[in-house]
Design a protein around this ligand. Structure first.
Ligand code: 3PG
Length: 214
């Protein structure tokens, strides 16, 4: 899959809803009900971070949930890319971007949302053909004000910022022309997962799904 095709797929996924839930799943039993609750609230694209021992199994379980499009986050190595694809991930997300990760995703045909945080990193990805990028860690790296500024010299790159974004500040990002969606973990709070309060997750998802984009 070429970088252009990768970006087209990434853009389609980012356009599905204003928010992509970023999920850290410690208990495999929670994976399917969590996915159902988020999809029911209107958030179909789900990023499962490869940070827990059951993450790949969680992707497998969530990939079965109707209406969901499950991707793998925290891709750090080509082995992560292969394992994510084999588990049924439909897209990948990496906190930064290396030639090895990019090459592995292109070889595996896994649409990648590659991470960048500086003008040079954004330009390096653009040179390769990646016009849709993750901006990470969004709040710490300059937030919506930074992305607004970068949109002046580099308007052809669109972003999914993640890191430190909440329901309250998401509109600041979503109001910008160069933002396709935002990522965040706030729609799946630990307390709701611990108590299996799926109605609460669906309410948070619906609230997030209702956010307006530029
Ligand atoms: C992450 O990598 O954990 C994501 O960027 C989500 O960050 P958040 O928990 O601050 O939403």
């Amino acid at each position: 899959m070429t970088p252009t095709q990768q970006s087209l797929h990434a853009a389609e996924i980012c356009r599905l809803a204003p928010v992509v839930p970023v999920l850290v799943i410690d208990d495999l039993a929670l994976a399917a009900p969590l996915a159902r609750a988020l999809v029911a609230g209107g958030l179909p694209a789900l990023e499962v971070t490869l940070r827990t021992t059951c993450a790949l199994d969680a992707i497998r379980a969530m990939a079965e949930v109707e209406g969901g499009i499950v991707g793998a986050g925290t891709l750090l190595t080509p082995a992560d890319v292969k394992a994510a694809k084999a588990a049924g991930a439909r897209f990948g997300v990496s906190p930064g971007a290396t030639d090895r990760i990019i090459g592995a995703c292109e070889d595996e045909g896994l649409p990648l949302l590659p991470g960048a945080a500086t003008a040079s990193e954004i330009m390096a990805l653009l040179e390769k053909g990646y016009t849709v990028q993750k901006f990470f860690p969004a709040e710490q790296a300059g937030g919506a004000a930074y992305l607004k500024s970068i949109g002046a010299p580099i308007p052809q790159v669109r972003f999914c910022p993640t890191g430190g974004i909440s329901l309250k500040i998401a509109p600041d990002y979503l109001a910008l022309k160069n933002i396709l969606c935002v990522g965040g973990s706030w729609v799946a709070p630990k307390e709701a997962l611990a108590t299996g309060d799926w109605a609460a997750v669906t309410r948070l998802a619906a609230e997030a799904a209702g956010l307006k984009r530029a």
